[in-house]
Design a protein around this ligand. Structure first.
Ligand SMILES: [Zn+2]
Length: 269
C-alpha cells in the first residue's frame, strides 16, 4: 500500500465524481504519469491552498486505458480543513527526498501526486482522527486479467470518533474496574473492540462492539484472560461490567468473546 499527497485544485468537482484525476492531455505531464501508479487501497491525502482537507482511499487500480486518467476514490472529509502551515510543520521532517510536496524551507512544491512515507502518513491520519486497517485482497487481484504484478492490498479507514463516543459515555472510566486515569492532556481510556477489527475476525467498528477500558483491562480482554456474560457479569474476574443505558452492547460480540475465552481456558488445561 502506498501513501500519496495530492495538491488538489479541483477538489469539489473531483469529490462529486468520487475520483482523483490528472486533468491534462499532455501524456508527458508528471500528474498523468503519477496517477497510473495508484493502486486499489492506496491512501491519498488531499491538500489545497487552504490546507489539509480530506483523506481518500483508492477503490481501484489506475487503468491506463482510462482516457480521463481518473481513479475512483472514497472521500473522507473533515468539518473544516487543517491549516496548511501547521500541518506542514508537523510532517516536514518526514517529507524528505527529491520529490517531496514541501521543500526544506517548508514551502510547498508545485505538483500533483507525491509519494510520502508511512511516518508522514500516520501523522496526518492521527491529526484527523482516522486510522487505517489492513486487509488482504489477494484473491481479488488474482481474478483480474491480466494479473497485476503488485499484490493489491486494501485498507479500511475507521474513524476513532466511534471509540470516542463510547469513552465519553463513561467519562473515560474503565467499565471493569472503574478507574479513570489522568495524563498530562486529560483523562485517558481506551476503546476496546470485543471482536477485534481487521483480519482474521473482522469485528465491526460500532459502539455495540466497543468497551471503554483502562489499558490493563484492555490487554486482559484482548488476551481472553476474562470474559463477559450477557447480563454483564464478569467471567474469570470478580464483579460486573458497568453498562450505561446509552450503550447497547452487542450480544453477538459477547457470545463470540465468551467462545474464544472458553477455548483459551481449554487449551491452558
Ligand atoms: Zn480497568
Amino acid at each position: 500500500m502506498q501513501f500519496f499527497w495530492v495538491n488538489q485544485s479541483k477538489f469539489k468537482i473531483e469529490k462529486e465524481l468520487g475520483v482523483i484525476r490528472a486533468d491534462t492531455r499532455d501524456s508527458e505531464h508528471h500528474a498523468r504519469i503519477r496517477i497510473f501508479e495508484v493502486r486499489k487501497g492506496d491512501v491519498i491525502f488531499s491538500f489545497s491552498k487552504a490546507g489539509f482537507q480530506a483523506v481518500l482511499v483508492a477503490e481501484e487500480n489506475a487503468d491506463e486505458s482510462n482516457k480521463n486518467c481518473a481513479v475512483a476514490c472514497t472521500y473522507y472529509t473533515f468539518e473544516s480543513s487543517f491549516d496548511l502551515d501547521a500541518t506542514v510543520q508537523l510532517v516536514q521532517e518526514h517529507l524528505q527526498g527529491l520529490y517531496s510536496p514541501v521543500d526544506s524551507e517548508g514551502n510547498r512544491n508545485q505538483g500533483y501526486l507525491y509519494p510520502i512515507n508511512e511516518k508522514a502518513a500516520l501523522t496526518l491520519l492521527y491529526l484527523c482522527g482516522l486510522e487505517v486497517e489492513s486487509q488482504d485482497t489477494k484473491t481479488e487481484s488474482e481474478k483480474t486479467y491480466p494479473p497485476r504484478k503488485e499484490t493489491s492490498v486494501s485498507r479500511i479507514i475507521r474513524n476513532t470518533k466511534i471509540s470516542k463516543n463510547v469513552k465519553d459515555i463513561y467519562e473515560n472510566s474503565c467499565q471493569v474496574c472503574g478507574i479513570q486515569l489522568t495524563i498530562s492532556n486529560g483523562p485517558y481510556s481506551e476503546g476496546a473492540h470485543i471482536i477485534p477489527l481487521g483480519q482474521p475476525y473482522n469485528g465491526p467498528d460500532e459502539e455495540s462492539n466497543i468497551l471503554c477500558l483502562c489499558p490493563n483491562h484492555h490487554v486482559l480482554l484482548d488476551g481472553f484472560a476474562f470474559s463477559i456474560a450477557e447480563d454483564g457479569e464478569l467471567i474469570g474476574l470478580e464483579g460486573h461490567l458497568n453498562i450505561s443505558k446509552k450503550h447497547k452492547i452487542s450480544e453477538k460480540s459477547l457470545e463470540w468473546h465468551k467462545m474464544m475465552y472458553n477455548k483459551a481456558i481449554k487449551s491452558d488445561s
